[in-house]
Design a protein around this ligand. Structure first.
Ligand SMILES: [Zn+2]
Length: 677
């Protein structure tokens, strides 16, 4: 329960009673985390959570292990109970409980799943084989995209960045089988080996579909050639953080200028889209290349590509040999994980994607009382107040920009716990007989659900995460922070064990602060209080923000993540700025507590020290080297040890708390320190 203990830290709203109770118990839990033999001035991360990490090596079934997984494990146990009860019960036809029960029974019958393999998709493969023209090819691509396959490009329906009250179709780069364009283009030994392994993986999947070995190898090379062309035309991770550059409105008639080979209106219709006037094109140059590749390459090559992408989209759900081969490459080769996770956990993940809100309703009813919701709403308000005070005295910001920033902060909306309105799954037909069929229907249902939003007013009550998710987010078009219920779970832990300093340093303060400042990071600050992409910064402030952000980019960009690989300072700057903001806002809020003022040590640590230990608990995580490399190439978040040591090394209060001095590895001189907020 040591892991579970830490998640209690999220829950607590501090009171002086709790702080008093904590005095007796604090040694007991901090000792499970802190490695007192490590030097906080040399590597604070090791010091603060090294004991726990040593005691909890990464299980063979995991690519990483830490606080988030420990919390997730607890959520899994709760969801398992919900599913087993639903499967054993006799809920009414069409009810959510019945859908959950049927989904679960079909998913857990591993023998039936393996026997069906990808056969529920036979008709789709036959359609691919029958493609005889480029128009048919595009129609087939549209069908596969609707089923969730990443064929050629991405289509998604989302709020329009410059008109947040309406919904637009977005065309985005995509079509790759490896996680990032860099995997196709990097020339180091690891990338080269990964590409070879990938081609072999594609070949093996095609063989499982029935192709002869030589044909499968040849087709896998064709897939690689097409994807490499698409990768070359794709923007880098960091470039995708520029919302202006990703916003190119075109009339549907103009799309022909980008890619004349595509009959765009027919293509949209084949995907079930209504007639459209305009679309937002994320990366026009990508679609120029996609159109050229479609035109120049023989249809037979595209058929191989589509067979692969359809199989790839469903291999993890195909059971037996498909599932094993999919894990061999994407689990073991790509992330270094030796063993598959138990089936029941993987099936919960699958169910989460297609019935997440139905699960969420039952989850919240059982595990998230109204008092918890009220408590966290209050804490969110307090952290907003702390940021308001900080904005009010920020020395580098001019008055006009400050006024606009405060207007945006005033307009910020908070969603806590669970949505006011749940998704209605009436149209999603779940069968107890085929897991793969349920996954396919669920994906089509989701696509159609999004398509139905086109032309209607935006529903701002919607959530992008389910309540049982251990995470949180800021969403620019709604200018809102969203904090799911699972952030507050308390698995059998008495919350009196945890004191204010840890609450503020861990998630209570810093996570909320982090999400709020996303509205003001390099990307979020480009959106106004209505959620529209519109400049509101005075020029001098804009220059000063960028100068300060540059310090962050360079600081993180010079940090080694794994082996020779450094953190991508550009791509991670938004998250890093939010971390730096979250920690200072939470600190401000913490200094208002009685516990801070009294300054009593608990477990041998003064309040300021415990605050920073709390911060480290939030990012307590160890990751396999392969998975860490993948993270650096695909994730906008820095590695967890960087997320701990980076922000604290910029805080004067941290230097004071642990006596960090020139010459210490954690030391940063005043002139080197990053400070945005
Ligand atoms: Zn973030």
């Amino acid at each position: 329960m040591k892991a579970a203990l830490a998640l209690a830290l999220l829950l607590l709203v501090p009171t002086s009673d709790r702080a008093a109770a904590a005095t007796n118990d604090a040694e007991h839990y901090l000792d499970a985390f802190v490695d007192r033999s490590a030097d906080p001035r040399a590597d604070f991360f090791r010091f603060a959570v090294g004991k726990w990490l040593n005691d909890h090596p990464i299980p063979a079934t995991e690519r990483r292990w830490g606080i988030a997984q420990a919390v997730q494990d607890d959520t899994y146990a709760r969801l398992l109970r919900i599913n087993e009860e639903a499967a054993a019960g006799h809920a009414a036809d069409g009810s959510n409980a019945r859908k959950i029960g049927d989904f679960w029974r079909a998913a857990m019958d591993a023998d039936a799943v393996a026997a069906q393999a990808l056969h529920p998709l036979d008709d789709e493969f036959a359609r691919i084989d029958a493609v005889a023209s480029r128009d048919q090819l595009m129609a087939e691509i549209a069908r596969l995209q609707r089923m969730g396959a990443n064929a050629l490009c991405n289509l998604y329906i989302f709020q329009d960045e410059k008109h947040s009250d309406r919904t637009s179709l977005h065309l985005y780069q995509g079509g790759l089988g490896l996680p990032n364009r860099d995997h196709y283009l990097d020339n180091d030994a690891r990338a080269t080996a990964l590409r070879e392994a990938y081609v072999e993986h594609v070949a093996r999947i095609l063989e499982l579909l029935g192709a002869a070995r030589a044909v499968a190898r040849r087709d896998a090379e064709r897939v690689m050639a097409i994807e490499t062309e698409l990768a070359r035309a794709s923007r880098k991770l960091e470039a995708l953080r520029d919302p202006e550059a990703n916003y190119n409105v075109l009339e549907v008639g103009e799309l022909g200028d980008l890619a004349p080979a595509i009959a765009w209106r027919d293509y949209f219709a084949a995907g079930g889209l209504p007639p459209l006037e305009t679309v937002v094109v994320g990366q026009p140059e990508f679609f120029v290349q996609a159109g050229k590749s479609l035109q120049e390459r023989p249809i037979a090559e595209w058929q191989a590509y589509l067979r692969w992408h359809l199989a790839h989209a469903y291999a993890a759900q195909g059971g037996g040999a498909f599932e094993a081969e999919n894990f061999r490459f994407f689990g073991t080769v790509l992330t270094g994980t030796p063993e598959q996770r138990p089936r029941w956990k993987r099936m919960l993940d699958e169910e989460e994607k297609v019935l997440g809100d139905a699960l969420g309703q039952l989850y919240v009813a059982a595990h998230f009382p109204p008092a918890a919701k009220a408590r966290y709403e209050k804490l969110a308000d307090d952290v907003v107040e702390a940021f308001r005070a900080r904005l009010g005295k920020l020395e580098w910001m001019s008055e006009p920009t400050r006024r606009r920033a405060l207007v945006k902060l005033d307009a910020l909306k908070k969603k806590v716990g669970y949505p006011d309105k749940w998704k209605d799954y009436a149209g999603y037909d779940v069968t107890p007989r085929s897991f793969l069929e349920n996954v396919k229907r669920g994906r089509i249902w989701q696509t159609d659900y999004d398509i139905a939003k086109l032309g209607k007013p935006v529903d701002r009550l919607e959530w992008e995460m389910t309540p049982q998710t251990y995470n949180a987010y800021y969403m620019a078009p709604n200018n809102e922070i969203v904090l799911p219920a699972a952030a507050f779970i308390l698995p059998g832990i008495d919350d009196t064990e945890v004191d204010d300093a840890i609450v503020y340093g861990y998630a209570g303060g810093t996570t909320i602060g982090h999400e709020i400042t996303h509205g003001f990071d390099d990307e979020g600050r480009q959106f106004d209080e209505h959620g529209n992409l519109a400049s509101w910064w005075a020029e001098a402030d804009d220059v000063e923000f960028k100068r300060r952000a540059r310090v962050v980019v360079e600081q993180y960009g010079s940090t080694v993540a794994v082996g020779e690989l450094r953190v991508n300072g550009e791509a991670t700057q938004g998250e890093n700025i939010a971390d730096l903001g979250g920690i200072v806002i939470a600190w401000d809020a913490f200094t208002k507590t009685a516990q801070y003022r009294e300054g009593k040590p608990i477990g041998g640590f003064i309040p300021a020290q415990r605050f920073y230990i709390g911060w480290a608990l939030g990012w307590m995580m160890q990751v396999r080297p392969e998975a860490l490399e993948l993270q650096v190439k695909t994730d906008y978040h820095s590695p967890s040890f960087v997320r701990v040591n980076g922000p604290v090394s910029n805080q004067p209060e941290f230097h004071d708390a642990f006596g960090v001095r020139p010459g210490d590895r954690m030391y940063r001189s005043m002139s080197e320190r990053a400070k945005v907020w």
